[in-house]
Design a protein around this ligand. Structure first.
Ligand code: AMP
Length: 281
């Protein structure tokens, strides 16, 4: 652990800085505009590793043409203060040119696991995610990398990629950090108007209602999806994109919940697309 946080942009600066850090090294990939969810990953890395690196990169290739890349929130100065306080040793802020040099043409794709859920709604999203995370892994070569359960399919896809490509990296998935009223923390929550912010609690309410039914013995997956759907539909500012009750490992929709399952959803609150999930069993 170093006394003061090192800030780097280019690959050469990164490699130079990495040579000064003691191992094991934990990496926390982010797109910035940090909140307690991100910081919980940094703190977990701080507990488990000798050194902690954080990347901040709003990765253009994981955004669709009609998504929010151009208005994605940014506040680098605030992020750096928060990371220093959370005990990060190294912050890497690559430019688009560093990550995608002219003529870039090599992609990493995970096949089956990226087909349902977010992959079905956001074509090309996971190709962008796996490519950039692969590049982050190659550049930083951490012993451990930290991801949030908030993005459940992303965590599953990264785990699959890590196994398939033989990265010697342990993937650590950390619990979703929520606001006091249950809303999962997200950089995108900043898009919400005060009324929308109120309405956005409907995602957590829908997951909680289905979880309560599950705990009371409900194992019919369609019934659990129906509970989530009707809860979302009761909120006038919410527009449901999908609800899912899927096998935890394969992410395929279930008829009956027997083992571990993932309840998940994507909901538009006004123009803002939010996702949330919880694990059963
Ligand atoms: P992002 O900056 O949105 O790409 O997120 C960077 C990392 O933080 C990802 O691994 C996310 O899953 C994780 N993350 C985002 N929000 C939360 C949250 N509310 N709780 C826990 N982890 C989160």
């Amino acid at each position: 652990m170093s006394d003061s946080m090192i800030l780097v942009n280019t690959l050469e600066e990164l490699w130079q800085a990495l040579s000064l850090l003691e191992r094991p090294l934990g990496l926390v990939p982010t797109m910035g505009y940090l909140h307690e969810g991100h910081l919980s990953l940094v703190r977990r890395a701080r507990q488990e590793c000798v050194s902690v690196a954080v990347s901040i990169f709003v990765n253009p290739t994981q955004f669709g043409p009609n998504e929010d890349l151009s208005r994605y929130p940014r506040d680098l100065e605030r992020d750096l203060h928060l990371l220093e306080a959370a005990g990060a040793d190294l912050v890497w802020i690559p430019s688009n040119e560093v990550m995608y040099p002219p003529g870039f043409q090599t992609w990493v794709t995970v096949e089956t696991l990226t087909l349902p859920l977010e992959g079905a709604m956001r074509p090309g999203h996971f190709r962008g995610v796996t490519t950039v995370v692969s590049k982050l892994f190659n550049a930083v070569r951490p012993e451990k990398a930290y991801f949030g359960q908030k993005d459940a399919q992303q965590a599953a896809v990264i785990r699959q990629m890590t196994r398939d490509l033989s990265y010697p990296i342990e993937i650590v998935v950390c619990p979703t950090v929520r606001e006091a009223d249950g809303l999962a923390m997200s950089s995108r929550n900043t898009y919400l108007s005060p009324e929308e912010r109120q309405a956005a609690t409907v995602l957590f309410r829908a997951l909680s209602a289905a979880e309560t039914a599950y705990r009371a013995g409900e194992r019919n997956a369609e019934t659990l999806r129906h509970i989530m759907r009707t809860t979302i539909e009761s909120e006038p500012l919410a527009r449901l994109q999908y609800v899912s009750c899927a096998d935890y490992d394969t992410l395929q929709e279930l008829e009956t919940v027997s083992g571990k399952a993932l309840l998940s959803m994507a909901v538009f609150i006004g123009a803002t697309r939010l996702i949330d999930n919880c694990v059963l069993g």
